[in-house]
Design a protein around this ligand. Structure first.
Ligand code: G1P
Length: 297
């Protein structure tokens, strides 16, 4: 390992979006706080950070997002209340939500795009590699996706992003990669070398059917590229466009992640994620399955 390579300790979670795809539910509450089964959507990404050995989570927030700060803060009155009422298990659950992580918050004052949101975290990240997790996507697999990307970065000093095969009819919803197989490595055929990336291409213009799933581990140099990135798809400063420059000049890995991704970023995806995760719930998954089987359609 060269001297420059460092352990990945920080993660950036962009949560400034207005949640327009979820109106009216998001008129007065952040999309990230909508519950999927029994916890807020954003808690899944924070749990992935904890499981991946991340120590410091940086939220890029916006107006009306205080509930996120409260959720990951200590709640001594609530804990004491639960202890006094003889509910130590619930008190522990409340205490463990923050998982011993350090949290920082910075504001993206204007909705200028995902690339701009990540750039907003530059000062808090500093000169070290970091993960980015998009909270809309819940990764459900044998091992945390972010950990796998950290392992790739820490072994090679080159950034890594998670991708999955998506239906051609849906590629216009993703960043899509053009890539070739990596040379022999412990990740085998799952590791690819990215040649190029396109944000939300039309199906006939997409370079492949491998879509970026919303998990990234990046070197700090990405900030220089983002600073020079002009507005792209949708008139926004796209992270994908910054990654394109990074891939060309410094290299970038794509990792075909074995996890199942639940994209809860719109109403239908959110419902599907809710049903699939509810079916896996150890407390009531079996009852829920019986209920669904008995439904008349
Ligand atoms: C964002 C990224 C896109 C990525 C997607 C994954 O798009 O810009 O490259 O494939 O997340 O969910 P969004 O879904 O925020 O429009």
């Amino acid at each position: 390992m060269s001297e420059k390579i460092k352990r990945v300790r920080k993660a950036v979670l962009p949560v400034a979006g207005l949640g327009t795809r979820f109106l009216p539910a998001t008129k007065a509450q952040p999309k990230e706080m909508l519950p999927v089964v029994d916890k807020p959507l954003i808690q899944y990404a924070v749990e992935e950070c904890i499981a991946s050995g991340i120590e410091h989570v940086i939220f890029v927030t916006g107006r009306r997002k205080y509930a996120i700060e409260d959720h990951f803060d200590l709640a001594p009155e609530l804990e004491q209340f639960l202890e006094e009422r003889g509910k130590p298990g619930l008190a522990r659950m409340v205490r463990e939500i923050s998982g011993g992580l350090h949290f920082s918050y910075t504001r993206q004052s204007e909705a200028l795009g995902l690339g701009h949101a990540v750039l907003t975290a530059r000062e808090l990240v500093g000169d070290e590699p970091f993960a980015v997790l998009l909270g809309d996507v819940i990764m459900d697999g044998p091992a945390p996706t972010t950990r796998a990307l950290c392992d790739i970065y820490e072994a090679t000093g080159v950034g890594a992003i998670a991708v999955e095969e998506v239906e051609r009819a849906r590629v216009h919803l993703y960043g899509v990669i053009d890539a070739s197989p990596a040379e022999k490595s412990k990740w085998g055929v799952r590791l690819l070398k990215v040649r190029d990336l396109v944000e939300k291409p039309a199906a006939d213009k997409a370079p492949s059917n491998l879509g970026v799933t919303g998990r990234y581990v990046l070197p700090p140099e990405i900030f220089d590229y983002l600073e020079n990135t002009k507005p792209g798809a949708g008139g926004e400063i796209q992270l994908t466009d910054g990654l394109q420059a990074l891939a060309r000049e410094r290299g970038l890995w794509a990792y075909i992640d074995p996890s199942k991704t639940h994209d809860a970023g719109d109403k239908l995806g959110f419902l599907k994620a809710t049903v699939e995760l509810a079916l896996k719930n150890p407390d009531f998954g079996d009852d829920f399955r019986t209920y669904l089987r008995g439904m008349k359609f």
